[in-house]
Design a protein around this ligand. Structure first.
Ligand SMILES: Nc1ncnc2c1ncn2[C@@H]1O[C@H](COP(=O)(O)OP(=O)(O)OP(=O)(O)O)[C@@H](O)[C@H]1O
Ligand SMILES: [Mg+2]
Length: 366
């Protein structure tokens, strides 16, 4: 099952481990991940005539984001996969690596409802979900929608708010509805949360509970930029780029809910052979017997890996999933769903190294 298609940056390509990282593309350059016509040749049996067009629409989203954000291709791919799966994303990186800018640019590139909440220590659950307010004119209470009533919610610095407020968002993420005063109110479709957090535990942060991390489809890591990328960031600033004014940077909405819905239908048609299904299960089961882990991947995590692998296969121009797809998505889909034993942590074992060991040990169907 070799694939001649040039492989783009995977949603997680630590040192290009599973796929060659994309070359540093200049802003506006078409990205190989979703470059329709170039990919079409690689499709063995074309799934649908519309598929290349939809991939082109998503490639355009990438181009728009690149007008503001230099590099971070892997994270952009991950965000697009999450949109295709209607899954939530946890975006982690040290301060100042463009976590916020990335999600703001993605919002700008999509004609979707988007809102942003800065999670501060004094934020209340009602500030997120909405609350009943008294209207003096009608002498009645009415529901005022909180910022979760949107398509793409940027939950910025989620670990700076206390657990009660985190929980209100995590419930909305899981149930896709908000219940206030006994009345359930459905959230719009799609509803995707992109939450950002800093990796180091600063004073006054509240780490997300392990059980609730499972609700994020992907955890994407934003690395520090390469030197050349950083020079490009600075030269854009020198030329007058203002991160607060994305419209001035030329970021336009180039795809919308309809494109995403049609692309999702395509992803649903991506075939998964029984041996590949078995491979996904074996990888997840192997985490449960790893001596370094106190908690392995749940069956929910296994379904997540299947979903992200399928979306990635479709983005790569195929209508079937390969074991390579599963491997490419294993780290970002599973890294936050495993828990290290304290003794392993002391020895320097990380979730990433455990996943590497697991992937190296589970036989790959060929
Ligand atoms: N890869 C990049 N491309 C373009 N600009 C960048 C990049 N990395 C950093 N910057 C610049 O750094 C600024 C800081 O980015 P941003 O506020 O998005 O960081 P952050 O990761 O959200 O930080 P924090 O954790 O403090 O919230 C951006 O506005 C931009 O000017
Ligand atoms: Mg930020």
């Amino acid at each position: 099952m070799t694939d001649e298609t040039p492989r783009p940056a995977t949603p997680d390509a630590p040192e290009g481990l599973y796929a060659p990282a994309a070359p540093l593309a200049p802003a506006g350059a078409p990205h190989p991940a979703v470059d329709g016509p170039a990919q079409a040749a690689a499709v063995d049996h074309a799934p649908d005539a519309a598929a290349p067009d939809l991939r082109v629409a998503l490639a355009a989203v990438r181009t728009e984001v690149a007008k503001a954000v230099v590099g971070q291709d892997a994270a952009v791919t991950g965000l697009i996969i999450a949109l295709l799966c209607r899954g939530h994303v946890l975006l982690e990186g040290v301060p100042g690596v463009a976590k916020t800018l990335l999600v703001r640019s993605l919002s700008g590139a999509l004609s979707l409802g988007t809102k942003r909440v800065q999670f501060t220590p004094d934020l209340m659950p009602g500030d997120v979900t909405g609350s009943l307010v008294y209207d003096a004119r009608t002498a009645q209470f009415s529901f005022r929608e909180g910022p979760v009533f949107t398509n793409l919610l940027l939950a910025d610095e989620i670990n700076r708010t206390p657990p009660k407020t985190q929980a209100s968002l995590l419930e909305a993420m899981e149930e896709r509805q908000v219940t206030v005063d006994g009345v359930a109110r459905l959230l719009p479709d799609p509803f995707v949360v992109v939450a950002t957090q800093n990796p180091v535990e600063y004073e006054g942060t509240y780490p997300l509970p392990e059980a609730q991390l499972d609700r994020f489809l992907l955890k994407l890591l934003l690395p520090l930029p390469e030197r050349l990328e950083e020079v490009e960031v600075l030269s854009r600033h020198a030329a007058g780029f203002d991160p607060r004014d994305l419209a001035a940077a030329g970021v336009r909405a180039v795809a919308g809910a309809q494109d995403l819905a049609r692309a999702r239908e395509q992803v649903q048609r991506v075939q998964v052979a029984p041996e590949v299904l078995g491979y996904v299960v074996d990888v997840c089961r192997a985490t449960r017997t790893s001596p370094s882990l106190s908690l392995g991947v749940s069956p929910r995590g296994a379904t997540a890996l299947l979903a992200t692998s399928r979306a990635w296969a479709w983005l790569s121009g195929r209508d079937y999933v390969t074991p390579d797809d599963v491997q490419a998505l294993a780290h970002p889909t599973l890294r936050h769903r495993v828990q290290l034993r304290p003794e392993a942590e002391i020895e320097g074992v990380t979730a990433e190294s455990v996943l590497d060991t697991v992937l190296a040990s589970v036989p790959v169907p060929r």
